[in-house]
Design a protein around this ligand. Structure first.
Ligand SMILES: Nc1nc2c(ncn2[C@@H]2O[C@H](COP(=O)(O)OP(=O)(O)OP(=O)(O)O)[C@@H](O)[C@H]2O)c(=O)[nH]1
Length: 396
């Protein structure tokens, strides 16, 4: 398994690259207001450096068992710190309630116990345990990444692939050691070490680039959500709703398809606030938002466009279907208002609807038509829906 490479050169290169990457992650940690995942990833690199440097000293001098124990502790602890960084990024405690966390703790304790027993008298067994433990930690990292919320696809796939290769290499090492121990083939430890170091160099560099990419993509997604979503209901805010509505309008014009805009305004909402308090009013807004999400389709655009005013763009122009949806929504709003926070808030809403018509030159024209229909619904006694027909829209 001789890779024909100078082992000391490989070791020094590995140490230098890990130091550089660790330093870069450390700097990002400080630049990003001490985001803990970067500190843990920097420590993973530095722990690996410490492990490799001690391994060199270990090779040169006849080091005592304690030194060998420390080498393996550092080399096994490095992927563990990487996993801890992923937990920190996902804001998951290392001691989660999931079975996998208990499994990790159990495996770590067994690994420690195995190291204590094997180092000093059987360095090959210690190597075997470290490789097995690292493979296990990489597998857990792949599993954890699958549960990340707001999935940033590309960095996630890259990292899972890298961890997969890393874990497979560690398992290959486990197998090589097992085969050599059973006597089927002599173990070329230097060749093995070179192979691991070369792969580690490539993998650690790629991983170090993919980890910040994952963190930055997630942070950007969070910022976009903050800028586009209404904090109370998580629906589109007014600006994002108009942007999405404009896009839907343009597309409908291009495809010669039709869209319908609904404006939904809660009736006498001020009285709910005045009588039951602002917190109950907020809860009512959240309930209505959830009812809209439940009643409308996934590809419909829903937004909170004012205090107690919601709007939706439906990619549907079938009047019967839309009247059925609005009827159901009005009924569910009344039902929900029978008890909110333990009090009867007597809730109802008025809806104004307008479908795209030739008269509409822009999305805001359809919104204006729906708004006029809404006023009509309020004038006609509230808790009802009114629609503007295409020909009626032309009158406005
Ligand atoms: N709790 C809560 N109330 C809000 C929020 N935004 C706006 N409001 C309240 O919504 C109420 C809107 O009152 P009005 O515009 O008079 O409308 P209304 O009482 O619903 O009457 P109609 O629309 O004519 O049926 C005001 O009392 C605002 O304070 C919010 O985020 N939370």
């Amino acid at each position: 398994m001789d890779l024909n490479m100078h082992l000391p050169t490989l070791l020094v290169t590995s140490i230098m690259i890990n130091l550089l990457i660790g330093g870069m992650l450390w700097a990002i940690y400080h630049l990003r207001h001490r985001e803990r995942c970067f500190l843990l990833w920097a420590l993973a690199c530095l722990t690996f450096v410490a492990g490799t440097a001690l391994a060199v000293v270990n090779e040169i001098t006849e080091a005592p068992g304690l030194m060998q124990f420390t080498v393996h502790l550092a080399l096994g602890g490095s992927p563990l710190l990487l996993l801890a960084g992923i937990h920190a990024l996902m804001q998951l405690p290392m001691a989660g309630t999931r079975g996998s966390s208990r499994f990790l703790y159990g495996a770590s304790l067994l690994y420690l116990f195995g190291l204590v027993v094997s180092t000093g008298w059987d360095p090959v067994a210690a190597r075997f345990l470290t490789a097995l433990f690292s493979a296990l930690v990489f597998s857990l990292a792949i599993y954890r990444l699958a549960y990340i919320e707001r999935k940033p696809r590309l960095p996630l796939r890259i990292l899972q692939t890298l961890f997969g290769i890393h874990g497979t290499l560690m398992m290959a090492q486990v197998l090589v050691i097992a085969v050599s121990v059973t006597g089927s083939a002599p173990l070329d430890l230097h060749g093995l070490l070179k192979l691991i170091l070369v792969n580690h160099l490539l993998l650690v560099s790629a991983t170090a680039m993919a980890l910040p990419l994952l963190a930055f993509t997630r942070a950007e997604q969070a910022l976009v959500a903050l800028a586009e979503r209404d904090g109370l209901t998580q629906l589109f805010n007014r600006r994002a709703f108009y942007r999405e509505g404009n896009l839907a309008f343009e597309k409908a014009r291009e495809d010669r398809s039709l869209i319908t805009v609904l404006m939904i305004d809660l009736d006498h909402f001020k009285q709910i606030n005045d009588r039951w308090g602002h917190a109950t009013g907020d809860e009512v807004l959240r309930i209505v938002a959830n009812l809209m999400k439940a009643e409308l389709r996934d590809d419909d655009i829903i937004g909170r466009v004012g205090g107690e005013e919601f709007a939706a763009v439906l990619r549907n122009n079938n009047r019967e279907a839309i009247e059925a949806v609005t009827g159901r929504l009005l009924q569910r709003i009344v039902e929900a208002g029978r008890e909110v926070d333990g009090v009867p808030v007597h809730l109802s809403a008025s809806i104004g609807g307008a479908s795209l018509a030739l008269e509409h030159a822009a999305f805001s024209d359809v919104m204006a038509s729906a708004d006029r229909a809404l006023y009509q619904a309020k004038d006609n006694g509230r808790n009802r829906a009114e629609f503007v027909t295409a020909s009626a829209a032309a009158k406005y």
